[in-house]
Design a protein around this ligand. Structure first.
Ligand code: ZN
Length: 198
């Protein structure tokens, strides 16, 4: 559908592990930095309020929250919020690569490289979606059929395991959450495949 939540989680672990090496974060601080890396994808629950029911158009997928979080970190002199702002902004920046996000919010336009979708598909999206029994199948096929995405998944996974092992081994068990997120997407993938082939 779009850069999956397990990738964002992996990036969060990478950021938190590196900063743990520099600042020795306690569990809560470490966890908070990780949460900031994936929390905004839960805005999918509010898709109904978004333009075209696309959660990528909500303010949560713009650059504004990261700026606010970072500024709050500066005001309250709390470094974790500043790192959290960085972690949040990486999510939104990564999302601009696959099929774009409402980066500047006020422009109400999906910005980004949109590597996962062609100009033609983007312009005629409803026509393409209607070719499937479930619209989600279109995005799922694009995602798992893309070699760049698979490579990114592998690289992020390996980097996450390496960096948490080296810099934050005591929090290693947190990667259980990675597998929950990955399991969610894979389950969905195989379910959609089954529905389309029926
Ligand atoms: Zn996202």
């Amino acid at each position: 559908m779009f850069v999956h939540i397990n990738i964002h989680f992996g990036v969060g672990i990478i950021v938190a592990s590196v900063f743990n090496h520099l600042l020795e974060l306690n569990f809560l601080e470490f966890f908070l930095v990780v949460v900031f890396s994936f929390i905004c994808d839960f805005d999918i629950l509010f898709s109904n309020y978004a333009l075209d029911s696309n959660h990528r158009m909500l303010i949560s997928h713009s650059i504004l929250p990261s700026i606010i979080i970072t500024v709050l970190g500066v005001i309250f002199n709390w470094i974790i919020l500043i790192i959290g702002g960085l972690s949040y902004s990486l999510h939104v920046i990564i999302d601009t690569f696959d099929w774009g996000t409402n980066f500047f919010y006020f422009k109400k336009k999906q910005v980004g490289l949109k590597l996962l979708i062609t100009k033609e598909e983007f312009a005629n999206i409803s026509m393409h979606l209607s070719q499937y029994k479930k619209p989600g199948s279109f995005f799922d096929k694009k995602y798992y059929g893309n070699k760049g995405i698979i490579l990114t998944e592998v690289i992020i996974f390996i980097s996450m395991i390496m960096l948490i092992s080296i810099f934050a081994f005591r929090y290693f068990l947190l990667i259980v959450i990675y597998f929950i997120f990955l399991g969610f997407h894979l389950h969905r993938h195989f379910k959609l495949k089954q529905i389309e082939s029926d």
